[in-house]
Design a protein around this ligand. Structure first.
Ligand SMILES: Nc1ncnc2c1ncn2[C@@H]1O[C@H](COP(=O)(O)OP(=O)(O)OP(=O)(O)O)[C@@H](O)[C@H]1O
Length: 230
């Protein structure tokens, strides 16, 4: 069996709110294997975003390990941690977070430009991703000129443009109506499958969760398998 691309070990996340301590994650464990699509479900406030942000090295948890492509991300200094994240992780948020003054093509190309890739090569790679996501006719549109579903497709293209091994998505269709939610989920799933990326996707939409390879939920701070009739 291949090695996991993302492993989480003994993850603990405690928030301080006034005098109170809120223990959201305590002993969360995960092995995410190349190419698999894993759903993350659970009630609001159960810790899905906390888990994804820690997994993406966007936030430092209270304790635990986040091992990405064999490297212990939390043991690295800030620069190396950022470099690891940029190389291996694509993140899709519920709200697209596209830059309003840039076109779809420029937004999707941004991670490659930040990584130092030349403008021409970055644009070509971004164009290919956008075309694969059905956005070939909207390359020069700015976010404000796109529908919600189209904006999310651009955000997916941006997350996948440098072919990360891990895609983390925090309710990527949470802001869309059911029909568009379905289409954007399919676009995200097929883009991940095509790129051979592993994905961990948080969603409140159980019908979408059931289309993934397996589904996890956060229960008492830990990740446990979820089944539709559980
Ligand atoms: N920075 C913070 N400071 C204090 N409490 C926080 C902070 N971030 C999150 N929390 C609390 O931690 C708990 C878990 O939040 P989290 O956003 O991880 O849950 P979630 O499962 O993603 O929820 P949702 O489905 O609503 O997005 C919540 O009770 C939340 O209020």
């Amino acid at each position: 069996m291949s090695e996991p691309v993302l492993s989480i070990r003994a993850l603990r996340r405690v928030y301080q709110s006034g005098a109170e301590e809120l223990e959201v994650l305590d002993g969360a464990e995960l092995d995410l294997y190349p190419g698999e699509l894993v759903g993350l479900v659970g009630p609001s406030g159960s810790g899905k975003s906390s888990l994804l942000h820690a997994a993406a090295l966007l936030e430092t948890p209270t304790a635990g390990q986040v091992i990405i492509a064999g490297q212990d991300g939390l043991a690295l200094g800030e620069r190396a941690r950022t470099a690891l994240r940029r190389r291996e992780i694509g993140f899709v948020y519920q709200f697209h977070h596209l830059l309003p003054e840039l076109s779809a093509l420029e937004n999707a190309a941004l991670p490659l430009r930040i990584a130092g890739r030349g403008a021409g090569a970055a644009r070509e790679a971004a164009k290919a991703k956008l075309e694969a996501l059905g956005m070939g006719g909207r390359l020069d549109h700015r976010p404000g000129q796109l529908s919600g579903g189209e904006q999310q497709r651009v955000a997916i293209a941006r997350a996948l443009v440098n072919n990360p091994r891990v895609v983390l998505a925090d309710e990527p269709t949470g802001n869309l109506d059911p029909a568009h939610s379905d289409q954007v989920f399919e676009a995200l799933a097929s883009a991940c499958r095509e790129a051979g990326a592993a994905a961990l996707i948080a969603t409140h939409n159980l019908a979408l969760a059931e289309r993934m390879d397996r589904v996890l939920t956060v229960e008492q701070g830990r990740l446990t398998p979820w089944t539709p009739d559980a």
